[in-house]
Design a protein around this ligand. Structure first.
Ligand SMILES: [Zn+2]
Length: 603
């Protein structure tokens, strides 16, 4: 009677495995549409990887048998491993929530990684697993709450976060999630140790790892191309994503800081100011706003009256179509204050910045520069270094003791102490409408009920929207209070927001979720930001050039503009002549060029 030998069974298994793999790989040829996260690899690649894994497994099994060690762990241990993987995947693998049918890939891949790491590092591998498990559990909770994964923007935002923002997220619920993540990670590590310690020889672990890796690959190839998703290669792809996100966030921060540090001051070239001779007492206010979408200002047609004071200003020149350069505070600050035309990663050298802050030029022509920041920002955070570098010509910097309105008495005090004939620049950059939308008039909240907790924004849409609109209303009142201080003096107030915000717009909640959405910033409505100019009649009577400039500004108010126009418009308005000036980007010149960069509706 025919009795199959062990060797024959092995050969049969190899043929079956490779045969299945070949058939499954062939399915790729159908040319089915693969989704955004899908993976469309040439059919030979999984086959080649499978072949290599199989050869390694056969070689390793042969070597193990020669050494007289068990080729595979006992059935009891195998069962323990499968239960462990099921528990870990259920507790840590976010992709399981999306398509449970694909979990088989990560189910076997996790075991392959766990076995190989244990074979190499033994219990020291827990030093890798513990933080990974904790982060993954917290990520699932975070995904439910904020709709975003830990991506580079989230990390960059976290590094940028002020104390207030950090505290706003430290709710009892979030503290509980953090504690649960640590306890969960501890339990999974303990289970992993219990199972893995029962497999003694390293080679047996290597065999097991190769076996599970092969199975994972087979499961992955078997999935229909239209349902394939790289996220299911958990925990491998996830580790890659996390490392990438961390690197990108750090690289992103450093690239931004390096760009500003490398710029020569515009004062290195000769310049002349032709409208003022000093002693006029002119006040130039440059206000970089925070997270204000143009379409949430009633002055741009928003049905809620979020900017009642601005609407009542007869001298307002409002730019309703202003495109911001980047979905990032620092990069936008660079685009506003320097001659940069796009974000920090712009490839075209002509569109990159060539010189530093325009404020340097005003300081060089007799203006004293005073900076007014929020309570926390531009204090000591690394990420606030950019704005500190851009305002390094300032005489003095102030921090609002409370919410932004509390900087108004500081300005009043300053204006009293500085001679009224002194030309000055007030640079303003405070929290504005930044998440978690907490700066609004708490005593007379214009839009109620307002909730500034940003936990689960989509399910608190009404409160979050009310809070956001209330912060815009608050800024409107802030501008009114500042301009009231300047009464009787010749002044110009230029406001432009750094970037927009997402409150369900374009299907996105929060700027952190933009990366998750797969949309580029400029394809969304979030890149259109608030921008306006106000002036006093006293300024016009100082020099005919100012009246001329205002006439041109008004005639270009409906044009599509960008933050790239600010640098040159400020120079053009004061007729400050420098080789850095570009008349085609000066909104005070007779025929400026509209913004031609990417914007919603144009890729
Ligand atoms: Zn910002």
């Amino acid at each position: 009677m025919f009795r199959p030998t062990r060797k024959l069974v092995d050969i049969f298994a190899v043929v079956i495995y490779l045969g299945t793999l070949t058939v499954c790989c062939g399915r790729n040829a159908g040319g089915e549409q693969v989704g955004r996260d899908g993976w469309d690899v040439p059919p030979y690649l999984p086959l080649a990887i499978g072949g290599i894994l199989l050869l390694l497994l056969v070689g390793s099994a042969w070597w193990t048998r020669r050494r007289g060690e068990p080729v595979e762990p006992s059935w009891g241990v195998m069962l323990g491993m499968l239960i462990l993987s099921a528990a870990v995947n259920a507790g840590c693998n976010l992709a399981m929530l999306w398509d449970i049918g694909q979990t088989s890939v990560s189910f076997f891949l996790f075991l392959a990684v766990a076995c190989i790491l244990w074979a190499l590092l033994r219990r020291f591998s827990l030093l890798i697993w513990f933080p990974f498990f904790a982060l993954e559990i917290a990520q699932i909770a975070g995904y439910y709450q904020y709709g975003t994964r830990v991506n580079s923007l989230v990390i960059a935002e976290t590094l940028e976060a002020s104390h207030d923002e950090v505290f706003a997220y430290l709710s009892p619920g979030n503290m509980l999630i953090a504690a649960a993540s640590l306890i969960g990670a501890g339990i999974f590590c303990w289970l992993l140790m219990v199972v893995m310690r029962r497999v003694q020889p390293r080679l047996t672990l290597v065999n097991t790892a190769l076996f599970f890796a092969l199975f994972s690959l087979l499961c992955a190839v078997y999935v229909k191309p239209s349902r394939r998703n790289v996220n299911f290669f958990w925990p491998c792809y996830e580790s890659y994503l996390l490392c990438n996100a961390w690197g990108e966030a750090i690289f992103h921060n450093q690239a931004t800081i390096r760009q500003v540090e490398s710029l020569p001051s515009p004062t290195v070239l000769p310049s002349s100011l032709n409208t003022l001779s000093g002693g006029e007492g002119v006040v130039l206010v440059v206000h970089i706003g925070e997270s204000v979408r143009a379409d949430r200002m009633s002055v741009n047609g928003y049905e809620r009256d979020t900017t009642p004071w601005l609407r009542s200003c007869p001298r307002l020149i409002n730019f309703s179509d202003c495109i911001s350069a980047a979905c990032d505070t620092c990069q936008a600050q660079i685009a506003i204050l320097t001659d940069a035309r796009r974000d920090v990663f712009e490839k075209d050298p002509a569109l990159r910045p060539h010189t530093g802050s325009v404020l340097d030029l005003f300081a060089a022509h007799g203006f004293k520069v005073y900076s007014f920041f929020g309570k926390r920002n531009a204090t000591h955070l690394k990420y606030d270094l950019v704005v500190r570098l851009l305002t390094r010509c300032d005489e003095q910097r102030f921090h609002a003791p409370g919410s932004p309105w509390t900087s108004v008495p500081q300005m009043a005090e300053l204006l009293r102490s500085v001679p009224s004939t002194q030309n000055i620049v007030l640079f303003i950059n405070n929290e504005g409408s930044h998440t978690p939308f907490s700066h609004y008039d708490r005593l007379h909240t214009p839009f109620q009920p307002a909730g500034s907790s940003f936990g689960k924004p989509a399910s608190h849409a009404l409160e979050v929207n009310n809070a956001y609109d209330s912060t815009v209303h608050y800024t409107d009142e802030f501008v009114r209070r500042v301009t009231r201080l300047l009464r009787g003096r010749p002044w110009i107030y230029l406001y432009v927001s750094d970037h927009g915000e997402y409150l369900g717009h374009d299907g996105i909640w929060g700027r952190g979720a933009l990366g998750e959405s797969g949309r580029s910033y400029h394809s969304t409505t979030g890149c259109r930001v608030g921008m306006f100019i106000l002036t006093s009649p006293e300024l016009e009577s100082l020099h005919p050039h100012f009246a001329e400039s205002l006439k041109e500004l008004k005639s270009h108010a409906d044009m599509r503009i960008g933050q790239e126009h600010i640098f040159h418009t400020l120079l053009g308005f004061f007729d400050l002549r420098t080789p850095w000036y570009n008349p085609t980007l000066d909104l005070c010149s007779p025929s400026p060029q509209p913004y031609s960069g990417p914007h919603p509706g144009k890729p």
